[in-house]
Every structure is written in C-alpha cells, then in structure tokens.
Design a binder for this molecule. Structure first.
Ligand SMILES: [Mg+2]
Length: 316
C-alpha cells in the first residue's frame, strides 16, 4: 500500500502543479490586460489596427454588424443583448458577483461602480458621434439639452443590474464615482435609478434628430447616502466638482492637492482613488471596484478591481 500511495501522491502533486500552472496562466492572462502606452509609435502599419477596420470590428462586437454612424445613422437601435460585448460584460459581472458573495460578511462592506460603460452602456452615442466625443451632444444622451432636462438615453450595461441588486441584498453599500460633472448629477441619478428618484419630472420618450426612443430608467437601487462634500449632494453618487470646488478630502499631495493649488482639473486616477480613500475613511471597506477604464481602477483603496469591456475610447 505504501509503495502504491507514493506514486499516487506524486501523481496528485503533478496534477496539482499542472492545474496550478493553468490557474497561474489564466491569472497572468487576466493580469495581462494593461493600460495602453499612448506614447507608443508604431514602426509599421502592422502594429496597429486600421481605424475603419476597428470601427467595423466594434460594430460586430456589439452585435450591430450593419450599423451606420452619425446623427442620421442607426444609433436608435436598442443595444443587442446577445452580442459578444453583452456576453463579456455579463461574464465580468458574474465574476464580481462571486467575489462579493464570498465576502458577504466583511464588516462595512461596500462596492464602487463607474457610470459610463460600467453600469450604463454608451454604444448608441459612439454610433451617433462616430466615436468623436462632443460634450454638447453627449449631454443630450446623458439627459440634458443645454440646462434643460430632456430624458436619458443610455441603457444599463448587461449583467450589472443583477450584480448591483444582489450586492444590495447582501447589504453592501453601493457607491458610484464618475467623471461626469456635478451639473449632470440629477440626470445621472435619473438614468441609473428613475426620473422621479432624481426629483425630475418623468419622461417616457426622447426625440433626437427626428428619431424617438424610449426614455431609460435603468432601475438600479439608489446609491447609499453619504456626504460627498460638495454640491450639497448626499446620495452616494460622486460626480466631479468644478475646478475651485474640490472637497477638502481630496486636498492631499497624493490625490488632487497639486491640481487644487494650481487651479487645474484633478486627473481621473487621483480624483477617483482619493474619493475611494474618503469612502474608506468614513468606515467602509471597498470590497470591489468596477470600471471600464484603467483610470477607474488604479490608485488603490479597493480590495479587488474588475475591468469592464470597452473598446471605444481610452481615458488616462
Ligand atoms: Mg466609464
């Protein structure tokens, strides 16, 4: 028996090493998602993707093979929930759901979510704008025509409603941190939750450039109440303050201090990590931070980060 048990044991050891190696390889593959080097200069055309080809591939990825872009294009077609994008977004949501469910006894547990292309998907605006962000037309999709409330146009990101409602059921505090400005605070609550929750009149349809689509109330839970320290907001959606109105908790050398003292806008990594540090200073433990940009995820103050898919734009 002893002689038999040794080979068996070593067989298990070998199997364990093989499985361990595979797990390590998978981890490396995930960790292999890295921020882009924007200073990279291709030596050859073959080192980059042709822009028109990239747009065609994006359409295919979003299950919109025949889509056309521009204000007269097919931006009014509903987000395809069977696309490879939708499947990948749901996959990340499920991975984070497992992570949260396994930590549902962490004291003062919280999650942090980004808005655009993490909990609301802006694919329709990529088509409308032909991948050329314009603050005025983007604001119309956010829900504001000038300063007038005209209704939300971004659908929830596939998989994320289930994730957030499950986290809420597990008594996680739910916070959103977005680069959207304070001026879009109410419109953002209206899109994430519903119009009346934001204190805005209910709107049922939105008409833009002659096309009418259903107005979106995504149906997320309200963010957990917390004083965000500027703008008088206390609902756990951290919109970005205007220059000159940054809260004192961001005025630290490692966060926004150098920008506050020189009258500049605080970059995303410093702004978002400084805000997460503030949330943790209020007694919360951020168990997971979800975002579509690396700048949503870098800078610490989260036990684990989850990268949502977004091939459309890059925000350092
Ligand atoms: Mg985003």
């Amino acid at each position: 028996m002893k002689r038999l048990s040794r080979p068996r044991r070593s067989l298990w050891l070998v199997l364990g090493l093989v499985i361990g190696g595979l797990v390590t390889a998978a981890t490396v593959a995930v960790a292999g998602l890295q921020p882009a080097d924007l200073n990279f200069t291709p030596h050859s055309e073959s080192q980059m993707t042709n822009i028109d080809v990239g747009r065609a591939w994006a359409k295919n990825y979003y299950g919109a093979h025949t889509a056309t872009s521009g204000p007269n294009g097919t931006w009014d077609t509903p987000l395809n929930l069977e696309s490879n994008y939708a499947n990948e977004a749901r996959s990340v949501a499920e991975q984070s759901d497992h992570w949260l469910a396994a930590r549902s006894r962490v004291p003062h547990r919280a999650i942090v979510l980004d808005v655009d292309d993490t909990t609301l998907t802006t694919w329709n605006y990529e088509l409308y704008s032909n991948w050329d962000f314009n603050p005025t037309t983007n604001a119309q999709f956010v829900g504001l025509t000038g300063n007038t409330w005209t209704g939300n146009m971004f659908p929830p990101t596939p998989g994320m409603l289930d994730l957030v409602s499950h986290a809420n059921a597990l008594n996680y505090a739910i916070f959103w941190i977005t680069g959207r400005g304070d001026a879009q605070h109410a419109a953002t609550i209206a899109n994430l939750v519903d119009d009346t929750a934001a204190g805005l009149p209910n709107i049922d349809t939105v008409t833009l450039n002659g096309k009418t689509i259903p107005e979106v109330d995504a149906g997320y839970v309200m963010p957990t109440p917390i004083d965000i320290g500027h703008g008088g907001f206390a609902d756990g959606l951290f919109t970005k303050p205007p220059i000159g109105s940054y809260p004192t908790y961001l005025d630290k050398p490692e966060f926004c201090g150098p920008y506050i003292h020189t009258g500049r806008s605080c970059p995303t990594i410093q702004y978002k990590s400084g805000t997460r540090a503030y949330i943790e200073s209020q007694g919360y433990d951020i168990v997971a931070d979800l975002g579509d940009q690396f700048s949503d995820l870098e800078g610490g103050f989260a036990n684990k980060t989850f990268k949502m898919p977004n091939p459309n734009y890059y925000l350092p």
